[in-house]
Design a protein around this ligand. Structure first.
Ligand code: NDP
Length: 276
């Protein structure tokens, strides 16, 4: 019997860790699967996804720059995907339609609260960025009990739109990037900008860190080194990158597709060792 087919779509995609992560999860259960990386330019994304599912594909992960297009392809959309307006998981339903889901928020929360044991209840959090990933995690921070979430984006309109969509004026607010020096200290600072990936160093004041603050960068590897270096220099209690989030988001997709939740810790440690 041929192995069930899965894939990750992106552009570029050769750097993706997803095939290794999904194969490692599958080994835990003795599941035979084929999981490929498919490079699709934006103009070819819809057709490439249709071809994949028409040929028997069961599920696909989707990464930059296709997350909004993946959401648009969904015949059914989960609450997490609808809130974010983007999807990173597409699943073929029994009748052939596609279900769109977004695992970014749950994945970040599990990494922060379970792996790094950060209690978010009653905390003041600062979210830098208002792009796709920030949309994916913002609601989850409130769901986890953050008392006040301040969202700051280089282009203020995107942060205003996100806060407006959240509809929680007493708990989520926005400030402009040029006000960062006046914002005072926070318990948690989440970097959801793509500045690191683009090789740009963010200029952030040390005063953003409250006592015992935790700093979390959604990106990982070299892309996170600038923000994490700043966080350590500013005296953060923890400075974590998004590798754990990546593994947790993959585990959510795996659980959705296979009905079994993998043990993420050995896979996380293996990838961390390889990155060292
Ligand atoms: P988007 O392109 O949707 O958003 C990019 C964001 O970064 C925007 O808010 C943009 O601001 C901001 N930005 C870009 N350059 C700068 C700069 N020089 N200074 C300040 N802000 C800047 O990307 P995503 O939201 O999808 O991804 C963001 C990051 O999160 C990426 O590094 C990605 O790798 C990471 N990520 C990690 C995941 C994981 O599993 N670990 C999952 C998803 C994302 P503006 O609106 O002004 O352009």
């Amino acid at each position: 019997m041929p192995a069930v087919q899965f894939a990750v779509f992106g552009h570029p995609i050769s750097h993706s860790l997803s095939p290794r992560i999904h194969h490692a999860f599958a080994q835990q259960f003795g599941i035979e699967l084929e999981y490929r990386a498919i490079d699709a330019a934006p103009t070819q994304f819809d057709a490439a996804v249709r071809r994949f599912f028409d040929a028997g594909g069961a599920g696909a992960n989707v990464t930059l720059p296709h997350k909004a297009a993946a959401f648009a392809l969904g015949d059914e959309r989960s609450l997490a995907a609808s809130r974010a307006g983007t999807a990173n998981v597409l699943t073929r339903l029994a009748d052939g339609r596609l279900a769109a889901h977004n695992t970014d928020g749950d994945g970040m929360l599990r990494d922060l609260t379970e792996r790094h044991r950060v209690d978010l209840r009653g905390r003041h959090a600062l979210l830098l960025g208002a792009g796709g990933a920030a949309h994916g995690v913002a609601w989850h921070l409130l769901d986890a009990g953050v008392q006040m979430l301040t969202i700051v984006n280089r282009s203020p309109e995107a942060a205003h739109a996100l806060v407006h969509a959240m509809g929680e004026p007493a708990r989520a607010r926005t400030r402009n990037w040029d006000e960062l020096a006046d914002l005072g200290g926070h318990d948690l600072i989440v970097n959801a900008t793509s500045a690191g990936v683009l090789g740009v160093a963010l200029q952030l004041p040390f005063t953003l860190l409250g006592s015992g603050a935790v700093c979390y960068d959604l990106s990982y590897g070299n892309a996170a080194s600038g923000f994490l270096g700043w966080a350590r220099a500013a005296g953060a209690r923890y400075a974590c990158d998004g590798l754990g989030m990546l593994v947790e988001t993959a585990a959510d997709a795996f659980a959705l597709w296979h009905g079994r939740r993998p043990d993420t810790e050995p896979v996380y440690r293996w990838l961390r060792q390889q990155a060292a």
